[in-house]
Design a protein around this ligand. Structure first.
Ligand code: S3P
Length: 182
């Protein structure tokens, strides 16, 4: 069975969006970003969707976008950190696809988020309280779901190039095993 999509999962700040672009370029596929697609679909920012409709409204939009994307061929998809929370999303993500989890220590995640342009303002689930404790706690709760990926890469000490290279190698190994290498 051919692999039509690569899904990048993992906690916030693990580099999913950062890696989707070079990975897609290397495969001559299209990079997609679930959060960006939700914002486009809603015509609103993630922070505002959470503020107006709560997490439920955001998850409903997310499920809709995941469903659409799960039918597209040759795409590399950066998911949101909580996309794996839904069983329906996980089922769609594992269909004819390769699911890669990008992992990192809570301290690394916290540092990366603080260094990013949108840091906590665009991540409502980290607002209010100490971000490091919140990251540690949320990440621990979600760990069993992230572990359902086909491959997990610990990214703390890797450059984006190295991460991309590792995913490509694993993807090629997998397609060769399935007899469908491009
Ligand atoms: C979320 C992660 C965010 C975004 C939303 C919810 C989560 O995406 O989807 O704020 O539940 O972990 P990133 O992982 O791209 O920050």
């Amino acid at each position: 069975m051919a692999i039509e999509r690569i899904w990048l999962t993992g906690f916030m700040g693990t580099g999913k969006s950062r890696i989707a672009r070079p990975l897609a370029a290397a495969l001559d596929w299209t990079p997609l970003d679930i959060d960006t697609m939700i914002e486009r679909e809603a015509g609103d920012s993630i922070a505002h969707i959470f503020k107006e409709g709560g997490e439920g409204a955001f998850r409903a939009l997310e499920a809709q976008v995941v469903d659409n994307v799960s039918r597209m061929p040759h795409v590399v998809i950066a998911t949101g950190g909580g996309t794996v929370l839904s069983q329906a999303n996980r089922d769609l993500m594992h269909r004819d696809a390769f699911v890669v989890c990008l992992d990192a220590q809570p301290e690394t995640i916290s540092r990366r988020i603080m260094e990013s342009d949108d840091h906590v303002s665009e991540r409502p689930l980290l607002a209010g309280g100490d971000p490091l404790s919140r990251i540690t706690e949320l990440k621990r709760d979600r760990e069993p779901l992230y572990q359902q990926a086909d491959l997990t890469i610990t990214t703390d000490d890797l450059t984006p190039d190295e991460i991309t290279h590792r995913i490509l190698l694993a993807y090629r190994e997998r397609t060769a095993l399935a007899g469908s290498a491009p």
